[in-house]
Design a protein around this ligand. Structure first.
Ligand SMILES: [Zn+2]
Length: 571
């Protein structure tokens, strides 16, 4: 019976976040605990607890015996506060982080440069303002025996320098619901009903703390210099697919999708708009304006955290997060970029990241390093233009002067060629505004070229190349491939434009080029167009090129949607 059902319930419960915040979560907790109790009654007294799922992961320092747990969930000593559910939640979460890294080709042992594994997951941790661990809060702390400046060493072992001096990291969890453990206990059955409900059951919160773990492991500080962390973004991007699965009928811009902590009264969101003052160069971005970013150990940056999570969630959506068959790979792609970018931010002595644009550069470097990635396939190494745009739309690059206040969205690169598509937004053309990247046989999808940008007149094709930047593009080549139902992609036709003026120029940033089409071409044919100049080349097109006739159109959709220099039109 129940194995599957119990597993499922646990899964659902984790997704409910603060499970006791609603009646169904409460009932699930009770039912799950009873099932667990019934099953355990049949086990021999010395049976190993079945909820430990970490045995077969063998990560951490090489001297650890094979099969030792990758994460240590530390149980409470206090008999009246059973931590079984808390242990299960924390262990699942800790393993999920390490497994997620492995899935993305990142070995945790190599990633943890300045801290060592295993992670220590701590329940009902004493925290400021909640010394009995009865607080709704989490934190991450480095553990280093004998390194404290104010406590004397108690044993010789503490005094001797350890072979590996890197600290281990403790993720310290408070409670998700303070009332859960204060129920009166009468008998064994009742006792099992009042499992301590740890914040480890809320995966959004868990990913937030993992953001700090990744930071410390990479550059020795819990927080970025320019924002609190990327933890809210990681949680939002990792758990969005589950939100879509649970809310199949909700519109993709539903307000609940952008709540960074569902069921928790925390006003943190990842859909903040630059036009509403949520921008990197605006007057509310105090970390930038006060120069606090240059001081280590700050304790602020939740405003900037939301700028980072909004920009990264926008990136995820633009890479396919709103498209059912692409959202899994988009989520993996952005998670991989964030993890790698954090790894690229060295400690002060190497590559400090003082500002958000340093972080964007690290994301772009991380993407370029993915060129031949097996996990992400063709999309690897093609996200850098969308990365830049996602932060530009959050107000980065609005000014070059670090002391100047500039509200609203940022400026495009000096030269940014594009071929207009059908996205209808209030923002200027040529960006990567999130739209579903679904295929449409009739060429009506939003990411497909605008009817004005690629036009056919009999056997003549005219292509309008535009420039978002304020500097004129130099010599621009335009290539067009025509799809023939029998012969596939025909060899490309070329044309050269001497310039495409900047937006401030005489022709408002556009130039038109004309070329001949094959005389026997049937009406309604697919045409792929790519424009590029030295300052803004288009991505190298793969050989063989993905075709509109293939059963897997993901490659062709990504090729077009990730690069505004490339367009697909049905003319
Ligand atoms: Zn935090």
């Amino acid at each position: 019976m129940a194995d599957g059902r119990v597993g499922n319930t646990l899964f659902m419960q984790e997704r409910l976040g603060n499970a006791t915040a609603n009646a169904s979560g409460q009932a699930l907790t009770r039912w799950m605990a009873k099932e667990q109790f019934k099953r355990e009654k049949h086990l021999p007294a010395n049976a190993r607890p079945h909820y430990r799922e970490d045995d077969n992961l063998n990560v951490g320092p090489p001297d650890r015996p094979a099969g030792a747990p990758a994460v240590l969930a530390r149980p409470a000593k206090d008999y009246f506060n059973l931590d079984r559910k808390a242990q299960l939640d924390a262990t699942k979460g800790g393993n999920e982080l390490l497994e997620c890294m492995r899935r993305l080709g990142l070995a945790p042992e190599a990633y943890f440069k300045l801290a060592r594994l295993p992670l220590d997951l701590n329940h009902r941790a004493r925290m400021r303002g909640a010394h009995n661990g009865q607080g709704i809060n989490d934190e991450v702390r480095p553990l280093s025996a004998g390194l404290s400046a104010c406590k004397p060493w108690r044993t010789l072992a503490q005094a001797a320098p350890p072979a590996d001096q890197r600290p281990r990291l403790a993720v310290r969890f408070g409670a998700a619901d303070l009332n859960q453990r204060f129920q009166r206990l009468d008998d064994e059955q009742r006792l099992r009903d009042v499992q301590h409900l740890s914040l480890a059951g809320d995966w959004h919160w868990m990913w937030h703390e993992f953001g700090h773990v990744l930071n410390y492991a990479s550059f020795g500080e819990m927080e970025f210099r320019f924002a609190h962390s990327a933890g809210d973004a990681l949680g939002a991007i990792q758990l969005d697919r589950e939100w879509q699965r649970l809310n199949p009928d909700a519109p993709l811009n539903h307000a609940a999708r952008f709540n960074s902590y569902p069921d928790v009264p925390l006003p943190r969101r990842h859909d903040r708009q630059a036009e509403a003052g949520w921008c990197w160069c605006g007057r509310r971005s105090m970390v930038r304006l006060t120069g606090l970013s240059l001081q280590p150990n700050r304790r602020l940056g939740y405003f900037e955290e939301q700028l980072a999570s909004s920009a990264l969630f926008r990136l995820y959506r633009s890479l396919g997060g709103d498209t059912p068959d692409l959202c899994r790979s988009a989520s993996a792609h952005v998670t991989c970029l964030v993890l790698k970018a954090i790894a690229l931010l060295g400690p002060d002595s190497t590559v400090p990241a003082y500002s958000a644009d340093h972080f964007v550069s690290a994301l772009i470097d991380a993407d370029l390093g993915l060129q031949t990635d097996k996990v992400l396939g063709l999309s690897a190494g093609r996200a850098c233009k969308v990365i830049r745009w996602a932060f530009e739309a959050q107000g980065l690059y609005a000014t070059d002067d670090p002391g100047e206040v500039a509200e609203g969205v940022g400026k495009p690169p000096p030269v940014d060629l594009y071929i207009g598509d059908r996205r209808r937004t209030t923002a200027p053309d040529g960006g990567y505004h999130p739209v579903p990247l679904a295929w449409s046989d009739d060429g009506s999808a939003d990411w497909i070229a605008d009817g004005q940008a690629v036009r056919r007149n009999g056997h003549r094709l005219s292509i309008t190349v535009r420039n978002r930047g304020h500097i004129a593009a130099g010599e621009t080549t335009v290539d067009a491939w025509v799809w023939h139902p029998m012969d596939g992609w025909l060899p490309p036709r070329h044309a050269v434009l001497t310039t495409v003026p900047g937006v401030d120029g005489s022709r408002h940033g556009e130039s038109v080029v004309q070329m001949d089409l094959p005389s026997e071409l049937p009406p309604r044919s697919w045409i792929l167009v790519a424009a590029g100049c030295d300052a803004d080349p288009h991505f190298t097109l793969p050989t063989p090129m993905p075709t509109p006739a293939s059963s897997d159109l993901a490659a062709l959709r990504r090729l077009v949607a990730y690069d505004n220099n490339v367009a697909l039109a049905l003319v």
